[in-house]
Write a protein of this length. Structure first.
Lengths: 227, 143
């Protein structure tokens, strides 16, 4: 049985002094730098909790930013239902009636971050399919996937853009209790739901035109896909 | 912005449904549903304020909850207790850590004023004709 190693801090990941945020270099973000420097205003969808840094960074460059916290939205207890076998299921119809409700071919860039790693299993493929439809042809999506070495307790981070190739990572927790902890108290930490291998990632984005992988030293795989 | 003393004030217990318009700054501590039009003036939504309306103002500071589109011609500020669902269109936006926002942000900076082209300084006697606009590719001969 493989023993999960605790994540080691690579030289690229430096704890910011006196602050709980970490910083890391991002090859995927660096690839996007040319796109973000475009004279044409882009329509960007940022899928994560509200990030003042991302709003500032993107609007300063003349782009429009849409912000939606899908991970938090997926924890809404009203989404929980049961299938015919009594198994817990999330109501997709309800979810998409309130989230990702955009017109087709709207976005030039989608910042998916680590959403797929932490989102409920039943929502991952439908969310990717919905993102495909709301992206413009040629639009780009950036996503991060943990590697197996990250371990099941890999903390869920919110990524903040601070420069063309540097991200700040902020540990985020749910606003609601997600489950009972060992002491019976409510637990709000997001859990890594799965580890995708390259084949799984390619399959997940099979409707997209192209896919590019960047492997980093902090057990995260960065992926850029083109619609 | 003017101090809170200068603001017209909607208290915590006040509940308004309809169209709110005015020509002075406004502080909302209660509930407003409908529309708020204070073109040329500022709006503050206090920490207990709840606004479900279309908002058109000069500047807005949000500490409470807003659901609806916000057009602030000068500035929009979301404090850490703000919860906003809706689109924001403004010239400048400030978002504090902790604020919650779902929607679109469209920042339209003030259009740059047209600048009058600087004329080349008058040349000495070797170039008696008045300074004329250079054609592309033409260099100015230094005396």
């Amino acid at each position: 049985m493989k023993i999960f190693r605790s994540p080691t801090v690579s030289p690229e990941v430096k704890p910011a002094p006196g602050v709980e945020r970490l910083t890391r270099r991002s090859s995927g973000l660096r690839e996007l730098a040319r796109l973000l420097q475009s004279e044409e205003p882009l329509c960007v969808l940022d899928l994560g909790s509200t990030s003042a840094a991302n709003i500032r960074y993107l609007t300063e460059r003349g782009h429009k930013i849409y912000s939606e916290d899908l991970l938090e939205a997926s924890t809404d207890p009203e989404l929980v239902t049961k299938d015919v076998d009594g198994q817990r299921l999330l109501d997709h119809k309800h979810f998409f009636s309130e989230n990702l409700a955009y017109s087709n071919a709207q976005f030039d860039l989608v910042l998916c971050w680590n959403l797929a790693d932490y989102l409920d299993e039943s929502l991952v493929k439908p969310v990717v399919a919905r993102l495909w439809s709301v992206m413009k042809p040629g639009g780009v999506l950036l996503a991060f996937f943990h590697t197996r070495e990250a371990g099941p307790d890999a903390p869920c981070y919110r990524y903040h853009i601070v420069s063309p190739d540097i991200l700040e990572m902020q540990h985020v927790r749910a606003q609601r209790d997600l489950r009972k902890g060992p002491t019976g108290a409510g637990e709000r930490s997001f859990r890594l739901q799965r580890v995708f291998n390259n084949r799984h990632i390619e399959n997940l984005f099979r409707d997209f035109t192209s896919i590019k992988f960047f492997l980093t030293r902090d057990n995260v795989r960065e992926v850029l896909v083109v619609r | 912005m003017a101090t809170e003393v200068d603001f017209a004030h909607i208290g915590k217990s006040v509940n308004i449904k309809g169209e709110l318009s005015g020509t002075e700054d406004l502080y909302v501590g209660g509930v407003v549903e409908g529309s708020i039009d204070l073109a040329g003036n500022n709006l503050v939504i206090g920490p207990n304020g709840q606004v479900k309306a279309k908002v058109q103002v000069k500047g807005v500071v949000i500490e409470g909850k807003v659901e609806g589109s916000i057009r602030a011609t000068e500035r929009a500020e979301l404090r850490k207790t703000a919860v906003v669902v809706g689109d924001i269109s403004t010239q400048r936006i400030v978002v504090e850590d902790g604020a919650s926002f779902v929607g679109k942000v469209d920042v339209q900076p003030e259009a740059t004023k047209p600048t009058t082209p600087k004329l080349a300084p008058a040349q000495p006697a070797t170039n008696p004709s008045p300074a004329a606009p250079r054609t592309p590719g033409e260099s100015v001969r230094k005396s």
